[in-house]
Design a protein around this ligand. Structure first.
Ligand SMILES: Cc1ncc(COP(=O)(O)O)c(C=O)c1O
Length: 423
């Protein structure tokens, strides 16, 4: 029997059927453009959490059924995410948030870094991936070096990194993508440079992972972090520890658990329900893979194919928004219009609306049904580096693969009106 044609590009109607929020009466008439703050959860996530709370909300890993099921679901989430990210199961760690994961990491690195050592941070990071590391370097007497963004483009120039890396560099942290300028950094190239001098590498993938579930192994970073509440899943931070980092860093958990790699740097202990439901989003990805007939032999392959569909849809929807913001008088668009070399310009779009207050412009957009906001988004150093006052901040519009063409065209028309390009 001949198969119907492949639904390509991304079938956004089908995507949206997998998100309960989009069929709810409460959301009708509102368009969601604050995804960089947190995404809606897919139905698989909502159902998995519901089922866990209803049936299995007991202490996991005991011999009775409810407890066995709870533990199995938690283990399954870890195994599935490991396969999705292309890493080993015991390299996947769940913590309460990315901020908490980086805080614990920084503390642990403080025990192996000292005077005479050098640590590189950037001013392109969200504060979560830089503040704790900066404080640690100061506390232990290490030298802190800052890889700074270009004050116009907001981009990090990889050529400048060469002058910062030395054989004293022990650690460097940087973002896969900034939550203000939306530009993907070449993690593999940067990690390779850092590794050449023997430095360890921490990458904040929070603003990138919602757009592509990453091939973490291929990027080579020692630590890769993201927040699952922005990837259609639960409110937990996922931290991949590779290249022996979990064993190299001193144990931060209970002493009797020190032999368990996934307990060494997550002292908060797991939120059982969220850990059990964390893997359900990958069922959703497989549903998309099957619908578009791009299922691979492994979950990693399916995730990669589905992520390509997401990226292509995002690139298409980004262009008209960039165009209208670039044409609006007095508006300063932050970040590049597009990127080269296959790097993704994520649809996280921040702008300074000329002499108007960002909060006024965001308010006018909200009044028109565009769910968005203004502010500094914990990216004070990025904004200062771009000459923008973090207290007034920017208007930020951010979307993902489930944002429809119709949403984009309404956004564009509303922006034209609010920014004075049309009546
Ligand atoms: C780029 C980036 N990094 C880190 C974080 C912190 O993540 P969490 O809220 O899980 O601590 C955020 C949160 O918005 C973020 O946007």
């Amino acid at each position: 029997m001949e198969l119907p044609p492949k639904p390509e590009p991304l079938d956004v109607n089908f995507v949206r059927q997998n998100f309960p929020a989009f069929s709810s009466a409460e959301l009708s008439g509102s368009l969601f453009f604050e995804n960089a703050g947190g995404s809606y959860a897919c139905a698989d996530t909502v159902n998995a959490l519901h089922d866990y709370y209803k049936l299995n909300k007991v202490q996991p890993y005991a011999a009775y059924n409810a407890s066995k099921h709870a533990g199995e679901a938690m283990d399954q989430s870890r195994r599935r995410w490991a396969e999705a990210l292309g890493v080993e199961t015991d390299e996947v760690n769940f913590g309460p948030s990315t901020s908490m994961n980086t805080y614990v990491l920084a503390n642990a690195f403080g025990a192996v870094i000292g005077p005479g050592d050098e640590v590189i941070v950037t001013n392109q990071d969200h504060e979560a991936n830089t503040g704790a590391v900066r404080r640690m370097a100061e506390r232990v007497g290490a030298t802190l070096l800052e890889w700074r963004i270009d004050p116009e483009s907001g981009l990090l120039d990889i050529a400048e990194l060469d002058s910062l890396l030395t054989d004293k560099t022990k650690l460097m942290t940087f973002p896969h993508c900034s939550n203000i300028i939306g530009a993907e950094n070449d993690v593999a190239a940067i990690s390779a440079k850092a590794h050449q001098v023997g430095a360890r590498v921490i990458v904040d993938g929070v603003s990138f992972a919602p757009h592509t579930f990453p091939d973490v192994a291929a990027m080579g970073a020692d630590v890769y972090l993201f927040s699952m509440y922005k990837t259609y899943s639960v409110h937990q931070g996922l931290m991949v520890l590779r290249n022996g980092v979990a064993g190299y860093l001193p144990n931060q958990g209970h002493y009797f658990n020190r032999q368990i790699p996934t307990k060494r740097l997550t002292p908060a202990g797991p939120d059982h329900a969220q850990e059990a439901a964390a893997g359900a989003v990958l069922d959703y990805v497989e549903t998309l893979g099957a619908h578009h007939r791009v299922m691979g032999g492994t979950l990693r392959e399916t995730v990669a194919s589905v992520s390509s569909l997401w990226r292509a849809h995002e690139a298409k929807t980004l262009a008209p928004v960039i165009e209208v913001l670039s044409a609006a008088p007095g508006v300063r668009l932050l970040g590049p219009a597009q990127l080269e070399n296959g790097l993704h310009r994520c649809p996280t779009v921040a702008f300074v609306p000329g002499s108007r207050e960002p909060s006024d412009v965001a308010g006018a957009l909200v009044d028109a049904g565009i769910m968005c906001s203004s502010g500094g988004y914990y990216a004070n150093r990025v904004l200062e580096g771009l000459g923008v006052d973090p207290d007034t901040g920017v208007v930020r519009l951010s979307w993902v693969h489930y944002t429809s063409d119709q949403d984009i065209s309404t956004l564009v028309k509303t922006l034209e009106r609010v920014l004075g390009l049309s009546a």
